[in-house]
Design a protein around this ligand. Structure first.
Ligand code: SF4
Length: 733
């Protein structure tokens, strides 16, 4: 029976597909004592009735199902939902720490307006009225495109309402925060003709090759990835991690290949070289389902990708490259993944294409155990809004980030390019910036230059529930409720190979005078009137959700999620109806070239390589539980530690624990040294996620931010952020 993709939601919710569910053995690995400490501001649960509410976590793109334990109206614990297809009883430390976010004393309790450098409380009426006034002026001046909106997702009704608002207002500048999916989505489109996200059937792969992905450090949806790691073990599969340092993922892998940082794409091409040279590609799949193999051969069989050349570039032995290629090709269901660390930096498009080509050569595309193009569940079918002349004109202006331009025609969002665009001209190209999700003031590379660029925007509105760096820099904070206090549809789960939709619900009433971002959009639209108001016929976000989901609303409300269990990957949609190794669009891309770390190797002898850790991946900042649980190898009291190899330490005259100063072309910071054999000589490893200038006292002021030491690196083939490190000096402080 063919399932119409458009109707899958109704189909699944109608009960036609069941789920075989089992509890997930993996739970939190953190020391239980961490979770039972007394936090003065965490409410002591009253005596009372214990109840459980099922919901969906929205703290990252994972969309895990959660079960929230309440005593009366107090949340006391968050666990993974056993019957949820993505998490199956698992939960990551951040998801479990959601209780702390709910009760954090550093939440923004009501709308705030910055006056004379300080935030003062204002009413919702005043805040929305004043912002609408500025928006009206910009429209009257004929420059609606000077409004931009940064969101951490482009899916679901809230994101669609924000984008729709910009559209009828007259700005094309809706920008999603970057992640590895940016490169994967473009790769899927260019090779398969499919607008979809990349799902990875990790549970059914039998050989998993990770090119720098922190599979156990926040990449994809952690509970799903952890479970898949267990499945691989149970199936006697093999897991190989190519990584510049002995990350947690590398330590748990069957084999760690300590490659030079930035050489992942070269290694992928090297493996392709061996496969093609030895005729180890899956010939039936390649013959039946791919096109352009000759062009790939021309590219990959160059001397630059011979085992010897790749050995030179990656730091591996030529023999190891050949053996890896052979083992990968011989596996029943091999799968290669990329997206460094937690996958927050997209990386180069050509690099991702190389990994995708590798999968295609072994037949692991759109099949069991492979990379799967997962279309977005299409339940949002609102009529096209009517646009007036101002909006139509504004929508025809080029995007401020250059996405979709002649130079980067396939890019959809390029937030990394925003700072440079803002620095051009007497007046910044963006006059009003809305930020709902993500934390660009903290997460963008580029140090002071980026800060200077963002500071040029005359009006910044943050919707953060917390005083994070972006909120602190904003002119207004219009705090949204946390994920435990609001309705939210959550389509998709990062890296999960099937379409899934979750529903987050108010588990407790809002604690403060917050407002869902979608409701702010509706109120702004009402204030602006005319066609803008007409495009939003809903009283509230909840009413919009009910109407949008239609009959599915009740079922989704009852069950909490819908998954298309019988999902079958769609046929390729390229002109040839095959997977294309070559076509006109691919040909136009800048050729593959490993991107060097910025900086003069003569002046900066070392290379700083940032890494992710599961406890510090949240854009909004880590809750106290997670900061407390940080290893002393990363944070010693308030000092960040940088990893270096003992040989590097000897060369520099440094000892373990020594005070040191790290300097890059972007900046300088005091650090403490941690000696480990788990990093290549010549590298300096530094955790991302510290050095917070805002948030709470458990996190703020601890360590330094790796982002401030890194430079923005633009991938020439896509415009995406592709930085993986920077040249550095390390000296005794
Ligand atoms: S992986 Fe993401 S969605 Fe799942 S529990 Fe953790 S933070 Fe929440």
């Amino acid at each position: 029976m063919k399932i119409d993709r458009r109707s899958f939601l109704a189909f699944v919710l109608g009960g036609a597909a069941g789920t075989a569910l089992s509890p997930l053995p993996w739970k939190l690995t953190d020391d239980i004592s961490i979770w039972t400490q007394n936090w003065p501001w965490t409410p002591v649960p009253p005596k009372g009735e214990t109840t459980y509410v099922d919901s969906t976590c929205t703290l990252c793109p994972g969309g895990c199902g959660i079960r929230v334990r309440r005593v009366e109206d107090r949340v006391v614990k968050i666990e993974g939902r056993n019957d949820h297809p993505v998490s199956r009883g698992g939960i990551c430390p951040l998801g479990a720490a959601g209780v702390q976010l709910l009760y954090s004393p550093w939440r923004v309790r009501q709308p705030l307006k910055k006056m004379d450098g300080r935030f003062v409380p204002v009413s919702w009426e005043q805040a929305i009225g004043e912002i609408a006034g500025v928006l009206r002026e910009l429209r009257e001046a004929g420059t609606p495109e000077a409004v931009a909106w940064i969101a951490d997702t482009d899916r679901g009704t809230t994101a669609e309402l924000c984008r729709r608002f910009l559209t009828v207002y007259g700005s094309p500048n809706f920008i999603r925060t970057p992640c590895a999916q940016d490169a994967w989505e473009t790769a899927l489109f260019l090779t398969q003709g499919q607008r979809a996200t990349a799902g990875f059937d990790l549970e059914r792969a039998t050989f998993l090759l990770s090119l720098g992905s922190g599979l156990l450090e926040g990449w994809g949806t952690p509970p799903f990835v952890f479970r898949a790691r267990g499945a691989l073990k149970d199936n006697n599969g093999r897991f190989v991690q190519a990584d510049a340092r002995l990350s947690k993922t590398a330590a748990k892998a069957d084999q760690w290949l300590p490659i030079l940082p930035g050489s992942e794409g070269t290694l992928a091409f090297g493996l392709i070289h061996v496969l093609l040279k030895e005729g180890r590609e899956r010939k039936p799949f390649v013959a039946a389902h791919t096109a352009g193999l000759e062009e790939l051969k021309r590219q990959a069989l160059q001397e630059a990708f011979s085992p010897e050349a790749v050995a030179q570039a990656t730091g591996l032995e030529a023999k190891a490259v050949v053996e890896l290629a052979r083992a990968f090709a011989a596996a029943e269901r091999p799968l290669a993944v990329c997206g460094r660390g937690a996958g927050r930096v997209p990386g180069g498009l050509q690099e991702t294409l190389a990994v995708h080509f590798l999968n295609a050569l072994v037949g692991s595309v759109n099949v069991e155990g492979g990379v799967i193009a997962v279309p977005e569940p299409e339940y949002i079918r609102w009529p096209e809004p009517e646009m007036d002349a101002v909006a139509s004109k504004g929508m025809q202006t080029p995007r401020v980030d250059g996405a979709g331009s002649e130079r980067y025609p396939h890019a959809r969002y390029l937030l990394n390019r925003l700072p440079e665009a803002l620095l051009q001209g007497d007046r910044p190209a963006v006059r009003v910036l809305f930020v709902s999700g993500g934390n660009p003031f903290y997460s963008l590379a580029g140090g002071e230059r980026t800060e200077k660029a963002l500071a040029r925007i005359p009006l910044i509105v943050s919707f953060s529930p917390f005083l994070d760096e972006t909120a602190a820099a904003a002119h207004y904070i219009l705090p949204a409720p946390t994920h435990l206090e609001r309705w939210e549809d959550v389509p998709g789960a990062a890296g999960y190979p099937k379409p899934v939709v979750g529903l987050a619900r108010p588990v407790v009433p809002p604690r403060f005078a917050t407002m869902p971002t979608a409701d702010v959009v509706l109120r702004l639209a009402r204030r602006l009137g005319g066609p803008i108001r007409a495009a939003f016929p809903w009283e509230s976000h909840e009413a919009c959700l009910r109407q949008t989901l239609g009959p599915a609303w009740e079922t989704l409300r009852r069950k909490g999620f819908a998954v298309e269990e019988g999902f079958k990957p769609q046929p390729f949609e390229t002109a040839s109806r095959k997977f294309e190794f070559a076509n006109a669009d691919l040909k136009r891309l800048a050729a593959f070239r490993p991107l060097p770390a910025p900086g003069d190797p003569g002046a900066f002898k070392l290379t700083l390589v940032p890494f992710d850790t599961l406890r510090l991946t949240a854009a909004l900042g880590a809750p106290p539980f997670l900061v407390k649980a940080l290893e002393s190898e990363i944070l010693l009291k308030n000092d960040i530690r940088v990893e270096i190899h003992p040989q590097t330490a000897r060369d520099l005259g440094l000892v373990d624990g020594a005070d040191a100063r790290i300097t890059t072309p972007q900046g300088s910071a005091r650090v403490r040294v941690y000696l480990t054999e788990g990093i290549r000589p010549g590298l300096v490893g530094m955790a991302r996620g510290l050095g917070r200038g805002a948030h709470d006292r458990y996190l703020a002021g601890k360590g330094v931010s790796a982002n401030r030491l890194l430079a923005a690196v633009e991938d020439p083939s896509s415009g995406l952020e592709a930085g993986w490190g920077i040249r550095a000096r390390l000296e005794r402080a």
